[in-house]
Design a protein. Structure first.
Lengths: 572, 377
């Protein structure tokens, strides 16, 4: 169905190949997953399928891409619209019209399909994707999962043979992601659709894939993409989900790809592990609170975004804020940083009481705290550093060095402070690059460095792992642990249960603007079916969250066995 | 539930235009207030649930501002109308070239009343426009454009959807500026606002363009691009000629006959070119807007209203000085105005009652499902 014949793509003649010598064949009816690190050329590979690369993006493509026999050389994307449906990461950005039905009809209108069959196809798609109750809704009123299903529906109405999806679930909460993936699976099974899917969060998708294309990326020069069965790729690829990591560390064969496979192989492991994992070195619990939220209400118009929220954030503690899209996580962050004014209740920030620009304001800070919405921006950034969902919102310098200079000036710290922080977070980053040209991970690092320049006591990150691969994520975990160790308070809003499992001391779950759970991470994450990480599901009922938990637990078990053996020997 | 038929967008726009016409014909504050009430009633009952459905509320606010502004302007800086003096303000005499304008001075009831009426009339006109927007999405109106202007229509629709997105983007970046410890005022903060907002809009535009391209926008079939360029040139020439012709016809000092010839020739060229391009556009439409009984039920009451204002009471259009007395209510125009409220009651409701405001309830039902213990803990 899709055939790549020795395809190499570069965006300018003097640049290296983004995709090198790819020869692939994806047969009809296959769900094929594309994996690789950030910036490895996954999106380029996907774009080449419907001719967006190079017809729309520019660049040089050598070799040949055949899609159902059509050569993309002679067929620009619009001439392939009846064959290939493309769905992007942000569904809202691709919407052309403004209601669900109109959006579903748009592609068919362009393809000049008669009105009668349009009507029939729309009804079919509404049913297949369970969108019927939403048909007349404005697109702006849809939740993330609904919007992504509409985006899929809007290309399905053209009856394509191939569906290409670039990270369709990365912005979605776990439940909505399940919704979208279930739809994809049904389409592959019932409609014989060929699906090409790129995704960073392999734990969500790898078990559904029939085959995997691994794009090694430009860094490994000369390596071309590999197309093989999921188990083969997962055994060698540098990106893999926790369940594969568990399988690799335990030497299981065949390698488990789903929680179900792993559970069956984990029976002896479950018997060996102690009932409680080794207590990881508990964070230094300073009782000093950095932010106190009391009975906070925030409304947007008639909609109540936060409903009597109580929360205390302490120094040295990492708190994960979880919950559905629209549960109020971002609003809580906005209230913490004083961007929205509370309707009722209060938010108080307590800084580190060392010398700051506002000496007299600091005097009563210890007693009563400060309301973030009344603070001048300059004083605010010493209390809280917030990295927004799109780190690019913060950045406006001409290049990385300029960005650091501005940050130093804004926070009145010695020149070079921000650059030093950045070097500690991201390693060597070319200071002459433009912030927009950085990868997602590098941009996040730059935004974090900028925010840290003023030395805020509390650090808040809104959805930091969007678009990050496992390597970048591991790096983020290390950095945030370090910051917490230095006495910063860290709070992050995230859908990424694996990240919360790796990082958080405490998990707070929001639903419809209210706090429904607030407790130790291990307890909250193992008890919730939606937020449980893969390892917890595999080893349930044992309260293990991560592979390192398991390794530590095994060490403990081995020691116990040794002690048992030693203590039983004299008895004989 | 019967399938609700939506009113033709042109019907709503005609209804609103007719009421606007009626508004222009009267200076009776009570009648104006009745028109405003009628417009409000219909909008509340029949507005679409889309984003544009809330346009009316904004226009209502704008209307109130209009009235206040007109009255204030009259009080502070207006021509002095003789009559019943209500109060006096300290006054300056302005130089003679301001032609009778003065700052302050005696404020008469007549002056206030006429200014208030003028403001009210302007406000009602604004309301009519807002009502048309709330009742029929501007995008659906653009959908009625002939095929030749299809691309223009798409551009307009995309622009309309970008406005709320731009506003959201600006709000987000302003928040982010605060997070960098920068104040939100002054020239220097402008860079921090403009650079990210422009970059984001550009990125969004590129994403949208890629999406439209992969969804078949601009599939041309087998038309020679040179021919297409030629027809566009002819269309442009025709429109220019027609415009120039109109200008010549209107201005009495210009050669009239030449104007008429240019107007006719230009129009003919433009029509021919657009028919030809329309034939080349290879696409279909999902929504067939057809004119039916309920559309007549929408427009006809408004026609009755206008007839009552124009034929029945020509003196209503009298825009002279207002007497300092309680305005009378002419019976026939009053009843005719009420007649225009009929579409709010007798036409079928615009939107399905699947209102999404009840979604939170559905969601919490799903929470209950999720909360069932699935794992053994």
């Amino acid at each position: 169905m899709i055939r790549f014949e020795q395809v190499s793509i570069r965006y300018a003649p003097e640049l290296p190949d983004v995709l090198h010598n790819a020869s692939l064949f994806v047969p009809e009816g296959e769900l094929c997953l594309v994996v690789g690190a950030t910036g490895s050329g996954k999106s380029t590979l996907l774009g080449a399928v419907n001719g967006l690369v190079p017809h729309f993006t520019g660049g040089v493509l050598t070799g040949r891409v055949l899609v159902d026999g059509r050569d993309t050389r002679d067929h620009p994307p619009r001439e392939l619209a009846d064959l290939v449906g493309v769905v992007g990461q942000d569904p809202y950005a691709g919407f052309v019209t403004d209601t669900v039905v109109d959006e579903l009809a748009y592609t068919m209108e362009s393809l000049a399909i008669p009105a009668d069959s349009m009507r029939r196809r729309i009804e079919d798609v509404l049913d297949v994707l369970s969108l019927a109750p939403l048909r007349n809704r404005p697109l702006s009123s849809l939740s993330g999962g609904q919007a992504q299903r509409v985006a899929i529906g809007s290309v399905l109405t053209a009856h394509p043979k191939i569906l290409v999806l670039d990270e369709p679930t990365s912005a979605l909460d776990p439940a909505s992601a399940e919704e979208v993936l279930a739809v994809l699976q049904r389409l592959v099974h019932d409609n014989n659709l060929t699906v090409l899917l790129a995704e960073h969060r392999l734990e969500r998708v790898v078990q559904y894939a029939d085959s995997v294309i691994w794009v090694p990326g430009a860094g490994s020069d000369g390596a071309s993409p590999v197309h093989a069965s999921p188990a083969e790729i997962m055994a060698v690829a540098p990106v893999y989900p926790p369940v594969v990591r568990l399988g690799r560390s335990q030497g299981w064969s065949p390698l488990p790809l789903s929680v179900r496979d792993a559970r069956r192989q984990a029976i002896p492991l479950r018997d060996r592990l102690p009932a409680q994992p080794a207590p990881s070195s508990p964070p230094v619990q300073t009782p000093r609170p950095l932010a106190v939220v009391t009975r906070l209400d925030v409304s947007y118009g008639r909609r109540r975004a936060l409903d009597r929220v109580d929360l205390v954030l302490r120094a040295g503690e990492i708190v994960a804020l979880m919950g559905r899209n629209g549960a109020g996580k971002s609003t809580l962050f906005a209230a913490l940083s004083g961007s929205v004014r509370p309707d009722a209740g209060r938010v108080r920030l307590f800084g580190t009481s060392t010398g700051t620009a506002d000496a007299d304001a600091d005097a009563d800070a210890d007693a009563d705290g400060m309301a973030p919405d009344r603070l001048r921006p300059r004083a605010l950034i010493e209390l809280i550093g917030l990295v927004p969902q799109q780190p690019g919102d913060l950045l406006y310098g001409d290049d990385v060095a300029d960005e650091c200079r501005i940050a130093d000036r804004d926070s009145t710290v010695p020149p070079g402070t921000c650059a030093g922080l950045l070097a500690g977070i991201a390693g060597a980053l070319d200071p002459s690059r433009h912030p927009r040209d950085l990868s997602e991970g590098e941009r996040l690092a730059l935004a974090l460095a900028v925010v840290l320049t003023a030395g805020p006591a509390l650090i808040a990150l809104d959805e930091p792992t969007r678009g990050l691969d496992y390597v970048a994520k591991a790096r983020l975990v290390t950095i945030l642990r370090q910051l917490a160790g230095q006495g910063h308070g860290v709070v992050l809003a995230t859908h990424d249960t694996e990240l919360a499992a790796e990082l958080a001391d405490r998990v707070v779950v929001l639903a419809d603007g209210a706090v429904v759970t607030d407790g130790p991470a291990r307890q909250v994450l193992t008890q919730s079916p939606v937020f449980a990480p893969q390892i917890a599901k595999v080893l349930s009922p044992l309260p293990y969250l991560t592979v390192s938990d398991v390794t530590a637990g095994l060490v403990l078990a081995r020691e116990d066995e040794r002690i048992d053996a030693e203590s039983t020997r004299p008895d004989r | 539930m019967s399938r609700s038929r939506t009113i033709h967008p042109a019907a709503w726009w005609l209804w609103a235009l007719l009421l606007a016409w009626a508004t222009m014909r009267t200076s009776n504050p009570i009648l104006l207030a009745v028109i405003a009430a009628v417009v409000g009633y219909v909008v509340v009952n029949r507005r679409s649930r889309a984003v544009w459905g809330s346009a009316f509320r904004i226009m209502l606010g704008l209307g109130v501002v209009t009235i206040a502004f007109t009255v204030l302007l009259q009080v502070v800086l207006g021509t002095r109308v003789p009559g019943h003096v209500l109060f006096r303000l300290p006054s300056w005499q302005l130089p003679s070239w301001t032609d009778g304008l003065s700052v302050g001075g005696p404020v008469t009831g007549e002056a206030l009343l006429s200014a208030g009426t003028a403001g009210l009339r302007l406000a009602v006109l604004v309301l009519c426009f807002g009502a048309a927007n709330s009742l029929a999405h501007p995008g659906r109106l653009l959908n009625l454009l002939p095929a030749a202007l299809y691309e223009l229509g798409v551009a307009a629709v995309v622009a309309l959807t970008l406005v709320p997105q731009l506003a959201e983007s600006i709000a987000r970046v302003r928040r982010a500026q605060r997070l960098r410890g920068r104040s939100l005022t002054g020239i220097r903060s402008l860079r921090g606002l403009l650079v990210p907002v422009l970059e984001q809009s550009l990125e969004r535009a590129i994403t949208l363009a890629a999406s439209m391209d992969s969804r078949g926008y601009g599939r041309s079939g087998a038309i020679d691009p040179r021919l297409r360029r030629l027809t566009r040139l002819v269309l442009l020439l025709g429109v220019c000629a027609a415009l120039a012709g109109t200008f010549l016809v209107i201005d009495p000092a210009r050669p009239h006959r030449l104007g008429v010839i240019a107007l006719i020739l230009g129009t003919a060229l433009a029509v021919a070119a657009s028919v030809w391009t329309g034939r080349q556009v290879h696409r279909t439409r999902y929504r067939r807007e057809s004119w039916g009984r309920s559309d007549w039920l929408t427009v006809l009451p408004a026609v009755v209203t206008v007839c009552a204002y124009v034929i029945g009471h020509p003196h209503l259009g009298d825009n002279g000085a207002v007497a300092w007395q309680w305005p009378t209510l002419p019976l026939i125009p009053f009843l005719a105005t009420l007649c225009a409220a009929l579409p709010g009651a007798i036409t079928p409701p615009t939107a399905d009652p699947d209102d999404y405001e009840s979604v939170p309830a559905m969601r919490s039902a799903r929470v209950a499902d999720d909360a069932r213990p699935v794992m053994h803990t």
